[in-house]
Design a protein around this ligand. Structure first.
Ligand SMILES: Nc1ncnc2c1ncn2[C@@H]1O[C@H](COP(=O)(O)OP(=O)(O)O)[C@@H](O)[C@H]1O
Ligand SMILES: [Mg+2]
Length: 261
């Protein structure tokens, strides 16, 4: 399977609560993210999933441990080195953060205009082809407020992919969508990931919806991370914590699978 593109080695992170207590969020987290695959990071609310994403981006420092990106420890890097590493990343968070005053076309074109020297024609071709890939043709001149939630997410991903990141980080990207729409969005994300081959890391508490689309699943619980290579592996885990997790978050998908048979 090769070397992980991202590796957490014994990562610890605590916060001080407003009442002055220490809250230990990550208590020795170890996992690797394999290149070109989709890894879903699941787990209950408050288990440190978003903290893990912020650590990968260098937006936060761990208290101890190493975080390797392409073999290099980003926790030891200065701002300049970190900015170089960040060029490998594309992000899509809960709030898609489109610019309200820019059209769909302009939103998607923005990274190319700001970060590359491509001319107008090249940018036009590239953006047009992305918009087609994301089924957004005919909506170029609309503003974000005129789009459905699902369309906004698609525009957000199209924009995040313009600079061809090696790694895409998604933190609860379907927040605000109804279950059917979010499944559609996850399917589209999966299809695009397969087409473009980047490494995809999706934080989601919606494990049942997406576990069929994940190559690997990392479950975060009580400050630790557990890695599974398939949904079956989760299902058959002897770990009581994971069994609980399966019961609570995956129970109905197995049921619905049976119903389909
Ligand atoms: N910057 C911060 N300062 C203090 N506490 C934080 C900070 N970021 C996260 N936390 C705490 O760490 C815990 C995990 O947060 P988070 O990673 O956002 O959880 P989730 O798994 O739901 O994404 C939460 O209890 C949260 O309050
Ligand atoms: Mg979160």
């Amino acid at each position: 399977m090769g070397e992980p593109i991202i590796k957490f080695i014994d990562v610890h992170k605590s916060f001080e609560t407003p009442t002055g207590e220490t809250q230990r969020v990550l208590k020795g987290v170890n996992f690797g993210i394999m290149p070109g695959m989709t890894t879903v990071i699941g787990g209950g609310s408050g288990q440190g999933k978003s903290v893990a994403i912020k650590l990968v981006l260098g937006l936060m420092q761990p208290d101890s441990g190493q975080i390797l990106v392409n073999g290099e420890d980003i926790t030891k890097m200065d701002r300049k080195e970190l900015n170089e590493v960040r060029k490998n990343f594309g992000v899509l968070f809960q709030s898609v953060a489109l610019f309200d005053s820019l059209t769909v076309f302009e939103n998607v074109a923005l990274p190319l205009r700001e970060k590359t020297k491509q001319n107008k024609k090249e940018i036009h071709e590239k953006v047009t082809s992305s918009l087609t890939q994301f089924d957004l043709q005919g909506h170029e001149e609309k503003f974000p407020a005129q789009l459905s939630g699902g369309m906004q997410k698609r525009v957000g991903l199209a924009r995040a992919l313009q600079l061809q990141p090696e790694i895409m980080l998604f933190d609860e990207p379907t927040t605000g969508l109804d279950p059917t729409r979010s499944l559609e969005i996850y399917r589209l994300f999966h299809k695009i990931q397969r087409e473009l081959g980047y490494t995809s890391i999706i934080v989601s508490h919606d494990i049942p919806k997406i576990f069929n689309l994940a190559d690997r699943i990392v479950v975060m619980h009580d400050g630790k991370a557990k890695v599974f290579n398939s949904s079956e592996e989760i299902q058959w885990s002897n770990d009581p914590v994971i069994q609980d997790f399966v019961q609570v978050t995956m129970g109905h998908i197995y049921q619905s699978r049976q119903e389909n048979e």
